[in-house]
Design a protein around this ligand. Structure first.
Ligand SMILES: CSCCC(=O)C(=O)COP(=O)(O)O
Ligand SMILES: [Mg+2]
Length: 228
C-alpha cells in the first residue's frame, strides 16, 4: 500500500514494534521481582512517594500501608492492568534493568529500518503506549538496534487517556496540530484501531505471529509492507 497523505505516524509498542513475549515474559516479571524492594528503599523519594499516593487513590484507601500498596501493584502486574501509577513505577524499575544491561528493548527486525526510512522521507514519528513515557524512551533508547529515540518527535502514555477510547486519539491529534486524517495509527489491537478510526485517524493493523486480524482495518504483517 502507498499512502502519501500521511504526515505523522503514531505507533503502539507491544505486539506492534515489539514481541508481546518480551513485555510479558521479561519486563513484567522483572518489575514483579524488583518492585517490593524498590518501593521499600525509595518510598520517601518525592517522585516515588507521588506514585504511591496515586496507587492509594486508585485503591480508594488513602491510609493503605506500603505493604498493601505493594500487594496491589503486584496484583495489577499479574492481571496486566494499565493503571497509570503502576506504569510510572514499572518505568522507574526497568530503568535500572536497562542501565545494568539485564535486557535490551526488543524490536522486530523490520521496525528500525522502516522507522528510519519514514523519518528520512519527512514523516513525524510518535509513540502511544500504555507503558509510561519513561518506559517507552527506555525501550527505544536501549533497543536491540541501539538508541532510536532521535527518530521520535514525541511520546504519549495513559496521561492522554486510555488506548481504547476515541477521546485519547482526539487529544493526540490536537497535540500534533494536524488534521486527524493525516495521522496513521499502527497497532495490533482492534479496539485501539477502532478508537483511532473513530477520531478520524488512518489505521493499519499489525498482524504479527499470534495476532487475529480484524475486519475493519487494513492489515500488514511487517513494517516493510507499509509504503508511505
Ligand atoms: C513501554 S514498554 C512496556 C509496555 C507496557 O508496559 C504495556 O503495558 C504495553 O502497552 P501497549 O500499550 O504498548 O500495548
Ligand atoms: Mg499492542
Amino acid at each position: 500500500m502507498s499512502n502519501p497523505t500521511v504526515s505523522a505516524i503514531v505507533t503502539d509498542i507491544e505486539g506492534t514494534t515489539t514481541d508481546i513475549n518480551f513485555v510479558h515474559k521479561v519486563l513484567f516479571p522483572y518489575a514483579h521481582a524488583k518492585l517490593p524492594d524498590f518501593l521499600s528503599a525509595n518510598s520517601a523519594t518525592p517522585a516515588v512517594a507521588e506514585q504511591i499516593d496515586a496507587v492509594r487513590s486508585e485503591m480508594g484507601d488513602p491510609d493503605a500501608t506500603l505493604e498493601a500498596v505493594i500487594n496491589q501493584l503486584l496484583h495489577w502486574i499479574e492481571t496486566d492492568q494499565k493503571v497509570t501509577p503502576l506504569k510510572a513505577l514499572q518505568g522507574m524499575v526497568w530503568a535500572d534493568g536497562y542501565q545494568r544491561g539485564d535486557f535490551k528493548g526488543h524490536l522486530y527486525s523490520d521496525v528500525a529500518p522502516a522507522l528510519r526510512q519514514w523519518k528520512d522521507s519527512g514523516k513525524a514519528l510518535y509513540v502511544y503506549s500504555s507503558g509510561s513515557v519513561q518506559a517507552q524512551k527506555l525501550l527505544f533508547g536501549y533497543s536491540d538496534e541501539g538508541d532510536l529515540t532521535p527518530l521520535f518527535s514525541g511520546y504519549f502514555d495513559t496521561h492522554i487517556g486510555h488506548k481504547r477510547e476515541a477521546a485519547s486519539y482526539q487529544r493526540i491529534v490536537t497535540e500534533l496540530d494536524l488534521p486527524a486524517e493525516a495521522v496513521l495509527f499502527l497497532s495490533d489491537v482492534v479496539e485501539e484501531l477502532d478508537a483511532a478510526k473513530q477520531a478520524g485517524m488512518q489505521t493499519l493493523q499489525l498482524v504479527r505471529e499470534g495476532t487475529q486480524p480484524g475486519k475493519h482495518h487494513a492489515c500488514v504483517t511487517r513494517f516493510d509492507e507499509i509504503a508511505l
